[in-house]
Design a protein around this ligand. Structure first.
Ligand code: 4AD
Ligand code: MG
Length: 463
């Protein structure tokens, strides 16, 4: 491993001027004439390549000049600042060692490929400029999220992946079993599958949300967050749904809906600001090649106050719109994609839609005094749609139990969740931030499959 990487050379160019450097990396492009040539080298440390100049003074010049794209080399050479050239500096090679040659059928030759095609070579696509930018932004964004919550006194909780708790509806959770599905399953007296014979002695799932467990920790630490994989078995073949995604779920004690929206807005602005500061080259690239006007959009977000509007007022706006809807907007209904799009374009930025009809939202949400709506809030953004979904939680034991019974849920299964309403109950709120939806918003990528290293979506679990 060489001590210096390309990122160092870009960030501290002057320090290395006229000095010998050693680099190991991949040949991204190569141009040669009879006596000299240029190699664009990348070692993965930085979005940009370095230009390596080769001449026939190299003993293996002819072999090097004929190298195939993505061959590995070790370069020893001198860094020279080239102020008037396209690139700020170049490396004049004095020695090049060929570490490995890349097979000629390498699929990523220098031409543009479609996103669809690149999904079929997901093991190679991180090497392209687009995916290199996206996945570095993914890493930097994850760090900024941790930083935001850690800096603000939140405790990071690892909620379980295997669960028996029903948060967003068990129909959407993957079932987990060690029973042999190829054989006949054991039955109980009622003729139903006998899960007491299964590994955990009961029916278990893979988590679709860590919220319920998160709430238990919030009532000990005040402020907590989770950040982990989330699985949902919904058969939704859309650009914004995946069966495996990552979610951040903060939960805050002594916090109502208005305060929750303040936190959501502050959090989102912090993350966007940090990513723009730390990934300038990647964001520039996305602005140029993925979403024109991306930087302007992100800057506008940093400097704007998000709109806060009741669900019923959104429906009013939609109903007044001079538009033919595929799904007619209605006061008791969820917002369809086309409605989300219209409303974010109408306000030209992120919009908090709050106070939703109770019947279309989750059981744990705080019932408003009108008896018809709950204190829930979704943050809608242009493109990615709903990136955050949250609510004030019902802190009243009797009211919560009543809804659980009305919805024919098993109260015994989540007795520990109900306990929080008996032991030190408090007004509290939380939200879920869809990590991939956030990345779509930050990069301008239109399909969730292109911000996940190995996406899992209906009928697709390759690699
Ligand atoms: O709105 P959701 O379902 O809310 C919850 O799970 C709550 N328990 C959160 C909480 O209050 N603690 O999901 C939260 C967010 C959505 O706003 C969306 O961004 C993302 O998770 N999300 C998905 N992202 C990708 N693919 C899917 N199938 C998603 N489902 C939800
Ligand atoms: Mg939601």
């Amino acid at each position: 491993m060489s001590e210096i990487v390309i990122k160092d050379l870009y960030r501290d160019t002057k320090k290395y001027n006229n000095k010998e450097v050693i680099l190991e990396g991949w040949v991204k492009t190569i141009r040669d004439s009879k006596t000299f040539g240029f190699i664009e080298l990348n070692d993965g440390s930085f979005f940009k390549n370095v230009q390596v100049v080769i001449t026939d003074k190299l003993e293996n010049f002819e072999k090097v000049a004929k190298l195939s794209i993505y061959s590995c080399i070790k370069v020893i050479g001198k860094l020279i600042i080239t102020e008037n050239a396209k690139q700020p500096f170049e490396i004049q090679a004095t020695n090049i060692e060929i570490l490995s040659e890349c097979d000629k059928d390498y699929p990523l030759q220098k031409k543009r490929h479609s996103f669809e095609y690149l999904r079929t070579i997901a093991h190679l696509r991180p090497r392209t400029n687009t995916f290199n930018a996206v996945f570095r932004i993914r890493s930097v964004t994850a760090f900024a999220i941790h930083e935001y919550f850690q800096n603000n006194g939140y405790v990071y909780v690892h909620t379980p992946i295997i669960t028996c708790a029903d948060c967003e509806g068990s129909a959407e959770m993957f079932k987990l079993t060690t029973m042999d599905l190829k054989k006949e399953l054991p039955k109980d007296q009622d003729g139903k599958t006998d899960f007491s014979r299964d590994l955990f002695g009961k029916e278990t799932y893979i988590t679709g949300s860590g919220q319920l467990h998160g709430e238990t920790f919030a009532s000990a630490f005040g402020k907590i967050y989770t950040f982990g994989p989330t699985l949902r078995s919904e058969n939704s073949n859309t650009k914004t749904h995946a069966n495996e995604f990552w979610m951040i779920e903060p939960e805050i004690s002594f916090c109502d809906l208005d305060e929750l929206m303040d936190i959501e807005e502050d959090c989102l602005k912090y993350i966007v600001k940090k990513v723009m500061e730390r990934c300038p080259e990647e964001i520039d690239f996305c602005d140029k090649f993925i979403e024109k006007g991306l930087k302007e959009k992100l800057n506008k977000l940093l400097n704007s106050e998000f709109v806060r509007i009741d669900h019923k007022d959104v429906i009013d706006i939609l109903k007044k719109a001079d538009k033919k809807w595929e799904f007619e907007p209605d006061y008791g209904e969820d917002l369809a994609k086309e409605h989300e799009k219209y409303i974010t374009e109408y306000f030209n930025g992120p919009v908090f839609v709050k106070n939703w009809p109770k019947d279309i939202k989750s059981y744990y949400m705080k019932l408003n005094p009108d008896g018809k709506t709950v204190a829930a809030v979704d943050l809608e953004v242009p493109g990615a749609g709903e990136i955050m979904g949250g609510s004030q939680r019902e802190e009243d034991y009797e009211k919560l139990l009543k809804v659980i019974k009305e919805r024919k849920m098993d109260a015994d299964q989540i007795y520990w969740y109900l306990d929080l309403r008996r032991y030190g109950s408090n007004i509290h709120s939380g939200f879920g931030l869809g990590f991939e939806r956030l990345l779509m918003y930050i990069t301008g990528i239109e399909n969730i499959r292109d911000v996940i290293p190995y996406p899992r979506t209906p009928k697709n679990c390759d690699f």
